[in-house]
Each structure stands twice: as C-alpha cells, then as structure tokens.
Design a protein around this ligand. Structure first.
Ligand code: AMP
Length: 444
C-alpha cells in the first residue's frame, strides 16, 4: 500500500516524501480514508504507531483549501511536550501550504501565544488548562473549529483534565468532526467518546505489534545497588541513547547529577523544571547532546525520540499500563529496542501485573555482584557452593553470579541469548505469567 491512494495534494505528498515515509503505517491505512471522508474516528492506538500523521495529514489536506485566519482545527493533548511534538509534525507535513499553527500551554507567558492568535492561525495544538484560560479571556475564538482531535485521551483522564475538556466542548461548534485517540479504552474514556463522537468509525491497532520489536528483561537488584548496576549497563551500551525512568522528581534529578559526575552526557526531565528547561532537556536528548535522559513518567507517553536504543526502569512505575507506555519510547517506527527493569523485593505485585498485561514471563538477567541472590537467601542457612552457571532445581530457575561484566539469562544454560545479542527479538516467552511465588526466578 502506498500514500498515493489517498490522493493528497502534490505539496503534501512531497512533504510526506521529505519526511521519509515510504508507506502508510497500519493506523494511517485505516484512519486516513475515514478522516478524509469527514467521519468521526475513535482510534485505539499507542504512540509509536504513526497516529499523529494519521490525523494530521487528512486535516492538512482539508485545511489547505478554504478560509485562512480562523481556528479550523483544534488538537487537545495532555502535555506540553506532546503538544510541541504534534506541532512539529504539522509543520513538517504542512510545509509550503501556508497553514499556520500555534502551541498553547501553561508554564510560559501568554503574550507570545496571543500575538500568534492575532496574526492568524488555522491549527491550534493545546493543553486544556491554558486553552480554557485564553478562551475565557476571549483571546481565542473556537467557534469556527471544523475538526477537534482529543489525543492521548487516557492520559488526559489520568491527569484530571476531563472537566476541562467538557468545558472546551462548549466552545466548539456542535457540528464538527471529532477524532479521539487513546492507548487504552477504560469505561471513562468510552463514556467521553460516546458524549463527543457521532457514529464513529473505530480503528484499532493491535497493541502487541510495536512491542514485538522490543526485547524486555528484568534485573533483580538490591535498591542500594541500582545506581552501580545502571552505570555498569551504560558502560556496555554502544547503540543509541538511553531513557531512564525513576519514580520521583527528586530521584530523576539526583540520578542525572550522578550520571553527569560519572562522565555521561545526562539530563533530567521532571515536573519541577520550568518549561524552558524541559524543552532544552528533550531537544538535547533528541539531538544527541544528551545520551541519557532520566525522567519521571512525564516522558512516558507520547514523546517520540526515534533513536532511543533502550529504556531502563530504574524504578518500576505505579501501574502495568504505565510500564507499557514507558517501554513504548523505544522500538519506535519499526526500529528495535530494549527495555530492562530493575526489580526489588517490594516489586512483586507490580511484576506480576506487568507480566499479566504483557502476556508473558519476562526474562530475569543478572550481572555478577549486582543480583539479589544474597538478599533473597540471607535468612537461610549457608549451603554448599554451586558451580558458576545457571541451574534448574525443583522446577524453578536459579541465577548464580557470573564473571564480572558477563550477563546471564536465567534458566538458559550456555546459550548466548541475552536481549543485547538478539536485537529486535522479544526475549520474553509468549505464555501467561506463572503463579510462581518468587518473582525473581531465584528458586527460594
Ligand atoms: P507517532 O505514533 O505519531 O508518535 O509516530 C511515531 C514515529 O513514526 C514518528 O517519528 C513519525 O515521524 C514516524 N512515522 C509516522 N508515519 C510514518 C510512516 N508512514 N513511515 C515511517 N515512519 C512514520
């Protein structure tokens, strides 16, 4: 299938080519004809599937004709970073059409945004709070909006934006096209979809597909050894950049400092930073100025940095769904990636939830000197030394420490099958997570 079937205007077709897109992604194949036909669309797709272009291209095609200087398309997104990213896609795909865009979000002055409104824009890409602020102050008129996009609806719900969205809906015409995208479809999102969409066409992209490009593994490790293990893994990393997730803003800042001290080009990205600092960190990471970005879940969704070679969950996230979003930052746009997570004793419940959602048991890896064997086995009487190789005993897997710097995949004696050696292949076995009482695969 090729983009020519959509009969985009020649300028738009040239822009698609300049972006290097050779063929539409599955969500583009499904959604573009429906959006072009003016239908409402409910899109179930995670980021990394090409969903931004799936809505941007047909919107640009429609707006290329018709009046200028009025807000004709409104995209509402949960975070400033995502708004900027969507804006970038619009700008690339609308180059040469004369269409003007503006991003609207808080944390920066209103003046620059108001000036752009005054000069005239056709596409507004906004976070809910600041958008309402402008609308209430009559800085911005949404009465001519033809297409409304609600992007990452589940994240907007998580962030408590639904009351704002319902207020925004009162300012856009009833007669309009609405496109709603969400990675998941819990009851609240479905309810919003029912309220906002008219006879929608549902397009759904199999969640597992992009994740197949991502190898996933767990490192059982003592909390106090996490930093040392991270430094060890970074030392071994030669391909692409690394996105590290921590649970807290302070943790992200602190860890980025430590990495910086250790000689890595590292930055943090967390909610205590000003918008300028956040943008600088993200741009620096995209451009390769920083090879390691230590972030809170602020960066878990929507953010597209196609060179992310690996995601490291220094701390596990609060939900299994957040894990899926985090690891989706790698393996984007048909590239392979790797995702590893450090797990401690307190993570038992979350590991099980993650494995249930992923529908597989993730491999446990260990590096000499960094695994949890000592801690797990501490309360037990000393036992006879075991040979330095992985073993099976009593049907459960054991991990023993390896020569310094060597990684061992538990339960796979002698096979060189660590994810690093099998790029692009999922190392987790496709079976439901077991009810094993020990998440570490350490055979207690
Ligand atoms: P998104 O899911 O919109 O965040 O897009 C993820 C990445 O896929 C972005 O880097 C896009 O530039 C890229 N992309 C979008 N459409 C295509 C396509 N048809 N072919 C190749 N890459 C694409």
């Amino acid at each position: 299938m090729s983009f020519t079937q959509f009969q985009f205007k020649s300028q738009i077709a040239a822009n698609i080519e300049a972006c290097g897109y050779q063929a539409p992604t599955p969500i583009q194949e499904q959604a573009i004809p429906k959006v072009l036909a003016g239908k409402d669309v409910l899109g179930l797709a995670q980021t990394g599937t090409g969903k931004t272009a799936a809505f941007a291209l047909p919107i640009i095609q429609r707006l290329a004709d018709g009046p200028r200087g009025k807000v004709r398309a409104l995209v509402v997104a949960p975070t400033r970073e995502l708004a900027e990213q969507i804006d970038q896609s619009f700008q690339e795909l609308a180059k040469g059409t004369g269409l003007r865009t503006v991003t609207v979000y808080g944390g920066v002055g209103k003046g620059g945004q108001i000036q752009k409104f005054k000069r005239g824009v056709e596409v507004v890409i906004a976070c809910p709070g600041r958008l309402l602020d402008h609308v209430n102050c009559k800085d911005l008129d949404l009465s001519k909006v033809e297409t409304l996009v609600l992007d990452e609806a589940d994240q907007m719900f998580d962030m408590g934006f639904f009351p704002d969205i319902r207020r925004i809906l009162k300012h856009v015409p009833r007669q309009r096209q609405t496109l709603l995208f969400s990675a998941t479809m819990p009851a609240d999102i479905r309810k919003l979809a029912e309220e906002t969409l008219t006879n929608p066409v549902e397009v759904r992209i199999n969640l597992e597909k992009p994740l197949e490009l991502i190898s996933q593994a767990l490192y059982p490790v003592a909390q106090k050894q996490k930093t040392a293990l991270l430094l060890h893994l970074l030392k071994e990393t030669t391909d692409g950049s690394t996105l590290v997730f921590t649970r807290t803003k302070y943790g992200a800042k602190n860890l980025a400092k430590k990495l910086d001290k250790a000689g890595y080009k590292a930055s943090d990205l967390q909610g205590n930073m000003s918008q300028n600092q956040r943008q600088r960190a993200l741009t620096g990471f995209r451009d390769g100025e920083f090879t390691v970005l230590v972030a809170t879940d602020i960066a878990a969704r929507g953010i597209d940095v196609s060179r992310v070679g690996q995601v490291i969950n220094f701390d596990l996230p609060a939900t299994a769904e957040a894990y899926t979003h985090r690891i989706g930052r790698t393996g984007r746009a048909q590239r392979s990636g790797r995702a590893v997570s450090f797990i401690c004793h307190d993570d038992q419940v979350m590991v099980r939830a993650i494995e249930r959602l992923q529908g597989m048991t993730l491999d446990r890896l260990s590096v000499a000197g960094f695994d949890l064997v000592d801690e797990v086995e501490q309360p037990r009487p000393p036992r006879a030394p075991r040979p330095a190789s992985s073993q099976r005993a009593g049907g459960k897997r054991k991990v023993t420490t390896q020569r310094s710097g060597e990684q061992q995949r538990s339960g796979t004696k002698g096979q060189n099958t660590s994810p690093r050696n099998r790029p692009g292949k999922s190392v987790g076995r496709r079976r439901a997570a077991t009810n094993s009482s020990n998440i570490f695969g350490l055979g207690s």
